[in-house]
Design a binder for this molecule. Sequence first.
Ligand SMILES: [Zn+2]
Length: 468
Amino acid sequence: MQIKLQFLGAAQNVTGSRHLLEANGTRVLVDCGLYQERQLQARNWDPFPVSPKSIDAVLLTHAHLDHCGLLPKLVKEGFCGKICCTPATAEIAKIILLDAAKIQEEDAEHKRKRHEKQGRKGPYPEVPLYTTEDAEGCFPLFSHVRYRESINLGNGIEATFYDAGHVLGSSIIRAKVRQDGQERIILFSGDIGRPDRPIVCDPTVFDYADYVLIESTYGDRIHEEVADVEKTMGKVINAAIKAGGNIIVPSFALERSQEVLYYINELRQKNMIPELKVFLDSPMASRITKVFQNHPELYDKKMTDFVKRHKSPFDLPGLQMAGTADESKAINYIKGTIMVIAGSGMCTGGRVKHHLVNNISRPNNTIMFVGYQAIGTLGRSIVDGVKEVRILGEKRSVKAKIIRIHGFSAHADRNELLDWLRELEAPPRGVFVVHGETESARSFGNYARKQTGWQISVPDYQDQIVLD
Ligand SMILES: [Zn+2]
């Protein structure tokens, strides 16, 4: 067998997922993600390690930017094959890529102005990494694949997508390569979800594979026990209503915002909270919520039952989706307790900053965090308990109640990853640990090796391996 696998991203780091599979003269790229860690962002500007023209197809696991965010650049530089993914992934990826292009354009413009002021050039060109036009340029290449339907990529290579339970439409990809009368199965885990999460199904498990690429975002951690998210949210909301304050929820546009709406609706249905005005103040989250509404076939059993009984959880009474900036500003003048769900999830940009300016200094208000807060972000400073913050150039004292709700993670932890791997009934020929910081990937690799005795390694950036 002569199958080549090259790790072109998310190798001893989390973002920039790109894995190149090469066999029988065909080149298939699994994911084409943007690097988001500050120290690796320069790689986004490097020429692709292989010529985009020479790649025959892209298989896209899901719509997060660190998996799809470099597609416009790949297409701009000559890729013209199909981008295969589930219909929900394609719909969400288009929304996310247009948003990313707009941010790239704005960043370039800011940089240009700043450099002009300072009379200097660089470090990066003052042109956007890609434009809205470039993002739109890759849309015609999207090709829809349904779960469990095999697609033929030619030259003895087949691929099948399975539900990864990470975000709506997310996939684990099983590639089958035939060569000289033999066959090899290679599993690309993408990002693996957790069992029993709302809305999406549990991750698919597999009983056989020759090679596995497994993510390790939380490969060195065990998630805290999920103290009933629903009950905790109910308590926070009731306390805020009693105090006569508002609830501000910094949230990610994909999956987290929809999960928060799901829980609010559950609480309403069970009469655990009174009717409440809820604003989803993020045009991107509103657009993505529509994709969720368009794909009820992807819901898990609990959500399907919910929809049968109460219609969509995204239609709850009192919910308003703010579109324009004026609609967003008007929220400030509403009397009585309101809940505002707004991006960005770590308060690094977006409309949530305005809501924080207006709400963070009043003790009867609540800021409810529902997601991971990376070091160095405004969200992190607030959850770490600083007494004063600078938001949009204004100093504000932090007097609102700061609440963190755990249990929302969309990634499997160390034990859940190992459980997923252990569904394989025979040791694979090789397991490659990707999509994790060096420490996390190595820690998971060592742990899984000890527990299984299998051949497990942690590849580095641009490593190339010949599979036999
Ligand atoms: Zn993801």
